[in-house]
Write a protein that binds this ligand. Structure first.
Ligand code: SAM
Length: 261
């Protein structure tokens, strides 16, 4: 892959209105995945009052906003390397009065300044859009955090898929298409890797959506659902089956537990 294409896949510049709306609309109504992931973390009882939590690749802070409201006794710092998203997120948050949340420009591969200060690291809907999972996870672990929680595309078997998407329906400014990764990572391989970083206890579950989403009119990327006879809904975006999972990894309990649906 040419260097400039790799850089564009990671930098996300020149947004379409549809893409910006994806971030903005969650401030009015959190997505089902945001509600389900936050509820799941509450069930896991991992969030300790008085601690600091990083939300990495936070976009405009749309997930962080719901999370910080749900857990008012923690401090949440959202970091994203896109100045446009951070600036707009901060402008929206200035009017909402969520006192335990701040957003800043930051690189999820360079977290040295947060070493020893963080209890939990959250990363929603971002890992699959990076070139691979191990370097970001190693960077999260390097903060010394007690736990990591991610929502991403995972396969519950020993196979990973590197997927590079060109969305010709997404044009903005001089950009003729949107180039992005939609990587699907092997869940057991990811758990094995986190284990080498000192994480010993794992929980995971698929995220099955409970509402119908229509396909986008332009047939470009954008999640829609197809209901199976079982009542379960497949989530599909363009040509990609969106196999959403939540994964939680914690250090240092004695039992070395791996459990998941
Ligand atoms: C698909 S969005 C997810 C946003 C948000 N977490 C959510 O759940 O709605 C991925 C985000 O990761 C950010 N990102 C990509 N590479 C990054 C990096 N190296 N450091 C920080 N943020 C990064 C992008 O700017 C983008 O906002």
């Amino acid at each position: 892959m040419a260097d400039e294409t790799r850089a564009e896949k990671q930098s996300w510049s020149q947004f379409t209105e549809k893409e910006l709306d994806y971030f903005r609309s969650q401030f009015l109504r959190p997505y089902r995945s945001t509600l389900a992931f936050t509820d799941w973390l509450a069930e896991l009882d991992c969030v300790r009052p008085g601690t600091e939590i990083l939300d990495l690749g936070c976009g405009m802070g749309e997930f962080s906003n719901h999370f910080a409201k749900t857990f008012p006794a923690v401090r949440v710092l959202g970091l994203d390397n896109n100045p446009q998203l951070v600036a707009e997120g901060n402008a929206i948050l200035a009017g909402t009065g969520v006192g335990n949340l701040s957003l800043a420009l930051g690189d999820l591969y360079g977290l040295e300044a947060h070493r020893g200060k963080v209890d939990g690291v959250i990363c929603t809907q971002t890992l699959s859009w990076l070139p691979e999972a191990e370097a970001p996870l190693a960077s999260f672990a390097d903060t010394g955090c007690r736990w990591i929680a991610v929502s991403s595309l995972f396969y519950a078997g020993p196979v990973s898929a590197k997927i590079e998407v060109t969305d010709h329906a997404s044009k903005a400014g001089s950009r003729e298409s949107r180039e992005s990764f939609y990587n699907i990572y092997s869940l057991p391989a990811t758990i094995g890797f986190l284990n080498t970083l000192g994480f010993t206890d794992f929980e995971h579950r698929p995220f099955d959506i409970d509402i119908d989403l229509p396909p986008p009119a332009d047939k470009g990327m954008g999640t829609y659902t197809v209901e199976l006879k079982s009542g379960k809904r497949l989530q599909i975006s363009g040509p990609v089956l969106m196999s959403w999972h939540f994964l939680f990894a914690e250090r240092g309990r004695a039992d070395g537990r791996v459990s998941g649906a």
